[in-house]
Design a protein around this ligand. Structure first.
Ligand code: PHE
Length: 454
């Protein structure tokens, strides 16, 4: 096989839904509500919106420019746009990041399948709060059960990726994103109509600026990065399948709006339900696996069938959201292997799946029986989370902003943003200014702060 056949998205809507699918994931339904709970509700949301629109979107546009102008995987993209330079290492770091995130993310995604299964079997009914804690701990540290779900989740991801860009990624994104949206709306409807839900709604809408300090800005910026899938090549890879009349700026705004809207709707599921039973929504990582099933049981006491449906739909929602994100991570690595090592797409996908199963199994075990599977004093699971979300993604994002802002020929940037002069882009100068100065500086600040240097 000498010439690689590249796929492409068949429609603009398909392209936007695929990119939105990458962005919408566990980050929206779990991390965003929990961060909002910790950092003062509406005030955090306002700052988060500022981060998404002022910094996240310009970086997303930079990724789109890199992807569509090169029509290549993330490593090939830098080799084409900056031949003979060291910029290719940003791409390679992106591929590594995709492998790592996919491995630990699939562990949690597998847990969502266990919870779907429990919900189907009505396993949450009649449990008291301690039983939820005990059963989650027993499950997540069990040597076998989480591995089965992890492998199943990766196989589902593999199946979609092996079908290709249009028949796999685009087809399933078009199918899953509307399902996800309907599930969310039904759940919001149920949650806000619970007695006492108004306290939760008020928490989301009434900003309390007394809690705002520099940490809130940093948390909001970090959340925006993770949630928009920035800094590691997912969006570059997807943009390499965009066709030439896709409007990059408008697509980025659509993805940003969908991602933010879904995160806020997730808040409207979780806070009204939690406040209605008097539970503080700041439980951290265990929020969706320990606090929420308990909240659902208590909130619908007297209506066991409603508790059943609500729990089932919620975990189904999580699984679907996670799947649209894992396919985007898988594609970064598959496209790289397939194009750079010139092998059939299916074989490339199989290599990625097998490697992620191995790393994923180690990550999962590192939370239970294999506590000794640790490096630098951290279990593998936490280590991979740390080096990707806290190191590689911000570094990658800042470097991509610098690459498009300073290095890349401005004619290419202009042609990409205006589709060869066919579109008027009023924000062109502002985008370049942010990429050159604001984004690298802001990311440097989060980065330094997260490492605890200041
Ligand atoms: N954005 C996804 C989420 O919110 C996570 C993700 C990060 C997906 C990086 C792809 C790349 O869950």
């Amino acid at each position: 096989m000498n010439k690689i056949e590249r796929g492409s998205f068949g429609s603009k809507l398909g392209a936007i839904l695929a990119a939105a699918g990458s962005a919408v994931g566990l980050g929206n339904v779990w991390r965003f509500p929990y961060e909002t709970g910790n950092y003062g509700g509406a005030a955090f949301i306002l700052i988060y919106l500022g981060c998404v629109f002022a910094l996240g979107l310009p970086i997303m546009i930079a990724e789109f420019v890199i992807g569509r102008s090169s029509h290549a995987n993330i490593d090939g993209a830098f080799q084409k746009l900056a031949p003979g330079t060291q910029w290719k290492w940003i791409g390679r770091m992106g591929v590594l990041t995709a492998f790592f995130i996919l491995s630990f993310y699939s562990v949690v995604a597998g847990w969502t399948l266990e919870y779907v299964y429990e919900a189907i079997c009505n396993g949450f009914a009649g449990r008291n709060p301690e039983e939820f804690v005990v059963s989650f701990e027993a499950f997540s540290t069990n040597p076998w059960r989480p591995l089965i779900w992890l492998v199943l989740f990766l196989l589902a991801t593999h199946f979609i990726i092996a079908r290709g860009v249009e028949k796999g990624i685009e087809y399933f994104s078009k199918l899953m994103m509307p399902v996800l949206f309907i599930l969310i709306l039904v759940l919001v409807g149920c949650s806000v109509s619970l007695p006492g839900a108004s306290a939760g709604i008020e928490f989301l809408l009434k900003p309390d600026f007394s809690k705002v300090d520099s940490n809130v800005f940093l948390a909001a910026l970090g959340q925006a990065f993770f949630s928009l899938s920035l800094g590691m090549g997912c969006l570059c890879t997807y943009a390499s399948y965009f066709n030439k009349d896709t409007n990059l700026v408008r697509s980025a705004v659509s993805v940003g709006l969908i991602d933010t809207f879904i995160a806020i709707l997730a808040g409207f599921i979780i806070f009204p339900a939690a406040f209605s039973v008097g539970i503080e929504p700041d439980a951290g990582p265990s929020l969706i696996f320990i606090t929420l099933p308990n909240v659902f049981q208590q909130a619908f006491v007297g209506f066991p069938w409603l508790a059943y449906i609500f729990s089932l739909l919620f975990y189904l929602l999580l699984a679907v959201a996670a799947l649209t994100s894992t396919i985007s991570l898988h594609e970064v690595a598959t496209a790289y292997i397939y194009e750079e090592f010139k092998m059939p797409r299916k074989r490339a996908a199989l290599i990625v799946t097998c490697m992620c199963i191995v790393i994923g199994v180690l990550c999962s075990l590192s939370l239970g029986v294999g506590k000794q599977i640790s490096l630098f004093g951290l279990p593998l699971f936490d280590l991979l989370d740390f080096i990707t979300a806290k190191l590689f993604m911000p570094i990658g994002g800042a470097l991509m902003a610098v690459f498009v802002g300073w290095y890349l020929d401005k004619r290419i940037v202009w042609e990409q943003l205006t589709n060869d002069g066919k579109l008027k882009v009023a924000s062109y100068k502002a985008i370049i200014f942010i990429l050159r100065y604001i984004a690298p500086a802001a990311i440097l600040v989060i980065f330094i702060n997260e490492l605890g240097i200041i």
